[in-house]
Design a protein around this ligand. Structure first.
Ligand code: ATP
Length: 382
C-alpha cells in the first residue's frame, strides 16, 4: 500500500484554463482523503492526474515514493470508481467483478494453456476472491444477474466490488454515490467507511457534497478555482475555517456573514454590525483591526434561545434581540430565520423553545464561537 503526494501540481487546459493551480497535498498511506469543492474547482482533474488519465502541466505526482507522471495508468496499481460505474452490460455480476482479475492474468495466458494445472489454481483463486468481495458487499445472490437486472444501489456495489477485488494500492472515487437516492447514499456511505476501515486502502474520494466530505473524510481538502483552501480533519475545518470561503462552504445551514467594523470603546474592543455589537477580547488579533471593515461569521448553532438552558450564560454583551420571521421544523431542531435590524440571520434552535413565528425574542451569541474575516484577504483573523 502507499500514500499519494501532489507536489506543486498544476494542470492548464488549452491556453488559460488553470484547472489545478500549484497543488501541494500529501495523502498518507491508508488514509481516506476527501477532495471537496464546488463544480469546476478542479477536484476531478486532480484525481484524473493520479489515475494517469490526465497529464500534469507542472509538478510531480507520487504513489508511495515513486514518481508516476510517466507511468501508464494500467501500471499505477490504482482502482477507480466513478459516478457512471460503467459495468459491462453483457456480462453477469460475477464476470463483471472477475474481469479485472482475469485481465491481469491474461499476460500469462499462453503459459496457462501449457500448464493446465496452474490455470485451474488461478481460476480457483479468482473464484475465491470474487466470492469474498461479493460477500463483503452483500451481492452474493446477484452474481448470476446482468447489470440491467439490478437496482442503482446494487450496481454501485458491483462497481465497488470490481474495484476492491484487485486489492489496489490506491482507490480513486469520483462522486461514486451521486446516482443513488438519499437513503441509499447514506447507507452506502457507511458501507464505504466500514470497508475502508477493514481494508485500509489509501482512498482519494471526490465530491461536491460537503456533508459527504465531513462524514466520510479522515481529512478533507477544500478546493476553489483550482486552489487548495484548507486541508485538515473535519472538526478543524468546521471550527477553525481558514477563510471565508471554507467557512461558508462547510456547514448546513451555512454560517451567517455580517458586514462589520472593529471599534474601540474605552479599553474594550467590539465587533460592530450597526444593529448590535459584540465584545471581543483585547487579546484577540481582531482587536488590532480597530477602524477597519471586517466580516463577522456566526454559525447558526452559536445563536441560542436565551430562555432555554444552555452552556453559554447570557450577559449584557452577548445578548441580541431579533424577530423570528420563519421557524422551520427540522425534526431534532428548528431552523429560525431571524431579522435583527437590517440583518438577516439563521439560527438552529432546540425544539423546546417557546418562541413563535412573528415574535421578537432575545438570543445569546456564543462569543467563543464567532469568526472574524479580513475583508481584503478573506482570511480568518485569529
Ligand atoms: P465537477 O464537480 O463539476 O465535476 P470539478 O471540481 O471536478 O467539477 P474539473 O472537472 O476538474 O472540476 O474541472 C476544472 C476546470 O477545468 C473547469 O473549469 C473545467 O471546465 C476545466 N476542464 C476540465 N476538463 C477539461 C478539458 N478536458 N478541457 C478543457 N477544460 C477542462
Amino acid at each position: 500500500m502507499a500514500g499519494v503526494t501532489f507536489k506543486n501540481i498544476s494542470k492548464v487546459f488549452g491556453k488559460d484554463v488553470r484547472a489545478v493551480d500549484n497543488l501541494n497535498l500529501e495523502i498518507k498511506d491508508q488514509e481516506f482523503m476527501v477532495l471537496v469543492g464546488p463544480s469546476g474547482c478542479g477536484k476531478t482533474t486532480a484525481l484524473r492526474m493520479v489515475a494517469g488519465l490526465e497529464e500534469a502541466t507542472d509538478g510531480d505526482i507520487l504513489i508511495g515514493d515513486v514518481r508516476v507522471n510517466d507511468v501508464p495508468p494500467k501500471d499505477r496499481d490504482i482502482a477507480m470508481v466513478f459516478q457512471n460505474y460503467a459495468l459491462y452490460p453483457h456480462m453477469n455480476v460475477y464476470d463483471n467483478i472477475a474481469f479485472g482479475l482475469r485481465l491481469r492474468e491474461l499476460r500469462s495466458f499462453f503459459w496457462q494453456i501449457s500448464h493446465m494445472g496452474e490455470a485451474k489454481k488461478i481460476k480457483a483463486d479468482i473464484d475465491a476472491r470474487v466470492k469474498e468481495v461479493a460477500r463483503m458487499l452483500d451481492i452474493e445472490k446477484y452474481l448470476a444477474r446482468r447489470p440491467k437486472e439490478l437496482s442503482g444501489g446494487q450496481r454501485q456495489r458491483v462497481a465497488l466490488a470490481r474495484a476492491i477485488v484487485r486489492k489496489p494500492k490506491v482507490f480513486l472515487m469520483d462522486e461514486p454515490l451521486s446516482n443513488l437516492d438519499a437513503k441509499l447514499r447514506v447507507q452506502t456511505r457507511a458501507e464505504l467507511i466500514r470497508l475502508h476501515r477493514s481494508l485500509g486502502i489509501t482512498t482519494v474520494y471526490v465530491t461536491h457534497d460537503q456533508v459527504e466530505a465531513m462524514t466520510m473524510g479522515q481529512r478533507i481538502a477544500i478546493m476553489k478555482d483550482g486552489v487548495l483552501q484548507q486541508c485538515d480533519i473535519p472538526e478543524t475545518v468546521y471550527n477553525l475555517p481558514a477563510n471565508k470561503f471554507v467557512a461558508g462552504f462547510i456547514g448546513s445551514p451555512p454560517m451567517n456573514f455580517l458586514d462589520a467594523e472593529i471599534v474601540r470603546d474605552g479599553a474594550s474592543a467590539f465587533i460592530d454590525v450597526g444593529d448590535f455589537r459584540l465584545p471581543i477580547p483585547a487579546t484577540h488579533p481582531a482587536a488590532a483591526y480597530v477602524g477597519k471593515k471586517v466580516t463577522l461569521g456566526i454559525r447558526p448553532e452559536a445563536i441560542l434561545d436565551k430562555a432555554l438552558e444552555s452552556h453559554v450564560k447570557a450577559e449584557a454583551g452577548n445578548t441580541i434581540s431579533a424577530k423570528v420571521d420563519v421557524l422551520e421544523p427540522l425534526g431534532p431542531e428548528y431552523v429560525a430565520y431571524l431579522g435583527a435590524g437590517k440583518h438577516n440571520m439563521i439560527a438552529t434552535i432546540d425544539t423546546g423553545t417557546k418562541i413563535k413565528e412573528g415574535q421578537t425574542a432575545e438570543f445569546v451569541v456564543d462569543l467563543e464561537r464567532i469568526h472574524v474575516f479580513d475583508n481584503e484577504t478573506e482570511q480568518a483573523i485569529r
